[in-house]
Design a protein around this ligand. Structure first.
Ligand code: IMO
Ligand code: MG
Length: 414
């Protein structure tokens, strides 16, 4: 957080996405990481795809916190579903790039095993004509298996009595025979050996030493399993308050909400402001809107103030980071959705629309386009400033960071 960045050094900060994911959280976490000792992931799993671009290098992390390129201490809290296979790939990738990897995975993390990946695919198929379009990374099933108390925790695989039979028996309800886990087990033991610990107490310890931690959220508020557009959501909570639960700490922090200046969504589900046709394609191409985890083209839409006001309130956001402003430079029209129309009524409350979100029609406000939004003397042109001010007024939060290009250096503080 920019203000916090200048004056005080030791407060933790939570960073969350306010839309359906891919808001640019990774870049913002990397930008802010200098003033923090550690970066901790608190939710989700390898369904996330956090991209950081440094010169010509492009890092995409699915599981490791985005503090990795800056060599920060990396923490993975108990609220995360950890796929050891992905973890070992990311650890190997980093081996050549950072001098020393300082990673601690909480022993209470839920592990994603080969069973959950098979389940993810099978459950999607079971849904027939209405699949959710999951990332197929097994994350939803892993949280489900945890709720059923059939998932192994990271510490369990090191126990002599490690028992995987109940999970395999359960899996037989699915038509396919359960995949073998012996290879998975040896790889998992290898990658997790020496890295397990108590992340909750490590955060407390760092804070006691006067060092701050960034709590890095994955996915976005509208994908939250309780508050999002259920059932088209991810398998876990994504709102800022879950940082405390997902890391096992008692307090909450200042929250920086990240939003993109248009909206995207990967996978199925309602999307009131979706743009069909050329403008959407243009934004997709210029903004490189293809899934960092699955490579799927992202669906593109205008900014949705109804959904954003809801997200800002749920997360207790007072400060915002706005990303991808450069993308709208190339688009000759600009709209924001100010309300929804449903049965001849105008609705401004997302909750009211939630049960019939597929039927709402956006009520748009036309704005001046942001053409030629390049900065001169560190200032944005008037059109961009007015756009930012309009968002601040509508969302009752300050936009303190603006990202206008994917490269690490293209971020400014306001
Ligand atoms: P980051 O952290 C965008 C979406 C999937 C699908 C739905 C359920 O990069 O913002 P899941 O595999 O979680 O069961 O899929 O959630 N989804 C994301 N979309 N960004 C993400 O993460 C996402 N993680 C999951 O596309 O629609
Ligand atoms: Mg992403």
């Amino acid at each position: 957080m920019s203000k916090a960045k200048k004056k005080k050094k030791k407060e933790n900060a939570t960073i969350v996405g306010l839309q359906w994911g891919d808001e640019g959280k990774g870049k913002i976490v990397d930008y802010l990481a200098d003033d923090f000792e550690a970066v901790a992931r608190f939710n989700g799993g390898s369904n996330a795809g956090h991209t950081i671009v440094i010169g010509r290098e492009r890092h995409v992390f699915h599981l490791l916190p985005s503090g990795a390129p800056k060599g920060k201490e990396l923490l993975i809290g108990p609220g995360v579903a950890v796929d050891p296979v992905v973890l070992s790939e990311e650890v190997a990738l980093l081996a050549g790039r950072v001098t020393q990897l300082d990673l601690r995975v909480d022993g209470r993390c839920t592990l994603v095993t080969p069973l959950e990946k098979v389940m993810d695919v099978a459950i999607e198929e079971m849904r027939g004509a209405r699949p959710l379009g999951t990332t197929r990374r097994g994350v939803g099933p892993a949280y489900a298996m945890r709720a059923l108390r059939l998932a192994p925790r990271a510490i369990d695989i090191f126990s002599d009595n490690f028992d995987f039979n109940s999970a395999r028996t359960f899996h037989r309800f699915l038509s396919e025979p359960p995949p073998s886990i012996s290879e998975w087990l040896s790889l998992s033991r290898k990658v997790l050996k020496g890295k397990l610990g108590d992340v909750a107490s490590r955060v407390a310890e760092l804070n006691e030493e006067g060092k701050a931690v960034i709590f890095e959220g994955s996915q976005g508020t509208l994908l939250d399993v309780f508050f999002g557009t259920y059932p088209y959501v991810t398998g876990a909570p994504t709102i800022a308050n879950y940082a405390a639960a997902g890391l096992g700490i008692s307090t909450n922090t200042d929250v920086l909400g990240v939003l993109k200046c248009y909206t995207t969504r990967v996978g199925a589900g309602p999307f009131p402001t979706e743009i069909r046709g050329r403008v959407g394609e243009k934004i997709r191409e210029v903004g490189k809107e293809y899934g960092a985890t699955t490579g799927r083209p992202r669906r593109v839409g205008w900014l949705d103030l109804v959904a954003l006001r809801y997200a800002v309130r749920l997360n207790g956001v007072k400060e915002l980071a706005l990303s991808k402003v450069d993308v709208l430079e190339h688009v000759k029209e600009l709209k924001v959705c100010a309300a929804y129309r449903l049965d001849g009524r105008e609705i401004e409350d997302f909750y009211e629309a939630l049960s019939r979100i597929e039927d709402v029609k956006p009520v748009y406000r036309e704005l001046k386009p942001l053409l030629h939004a390049e900065m001169t003397d560190g200032r944005f042109p008037r059109t961009v400033e007015s756009f930012i001010e309009l968002l601040e007024e509508e969302l009752k939060a300050r936009i303190s960071l603006v990202s206008y290009g994917e490269e690490r250096s293209r971020t400014i503080e306001r």
